[in-house]
Design a protein around this ligand. Structure first.
Ligand code: FES
Length: 154
């Protein structure tokens, strides 16, 4: 996959993304922060934030189901069913039977594939601070104007 030449700018957040009660009710909320498309999720009382477009081919994650795989909560991309851990953006895949083990319940890691962001809350207001992790993460490719063109190709 070709890397985007658009670099993640230094974060200036935290950015207010809404009131707790509204985000819980919505469950999934789309926000654009500093030009970056972000999905804010509310699941079982916890907020998560990650890049909105799936690292595989830019599919929108908003309507993905949440499943627990190998003890980790993951969103399942509606487009091709890739699994992405909510907490850290790790991609999981089903191990071939020869590599399956009881400890992973048959799921193996692809490493961090989706950029996740930090969610904080103050007095019922919910904030997202964009990730400052340096280096390319696969979901970076589908952000910005070049990402928009790439998403349309798939
Ligand atoms: Fe998400 Fe392909 S775009 S699995």
């Amino acid at each position: 996959m070709e890397q985007s030449t658009e670099r993640l700018k230094p974060a200036t957040g935290p950015h207010l993304v809404g009131r707790r009660e509204d985000l819980v009710k919505a469950k999934r909320s789309f926000r654009t922060l500093e030009g970056r498309d972000v999905l804010v999720l509310s699941h079982q009382g916890t907020f998560y934030a990650m890049d909105y477009h799936c690292y595989h081919a830019g599919g929108p994650l908003q309507n993905g189901d949440i499943e627990e795989l190998a003890g980790k909560l993951c969103i399942v991309c509606p487009k091709h069913k890739y699994k992405i851990c909510l907490a850290d953006g790790e991609g999981l895949y089903k191990a071939p039977s020869s590599q399956a083990s009881e400890s992973t319940s048959g799921w193996l890691s692809k490493g961090i594939k989706q950029r996740v962001h930090t969610v904080t809350e103050t007095d019922g207001d919910v904030y997202v601070t964009l990730s400052r992790v340096s280096g390319f993460i696969d979901s970076d490719y589908f952000q910005g104007e070049k990402g928009k063109i790439a998403r349309e190709k798939f």
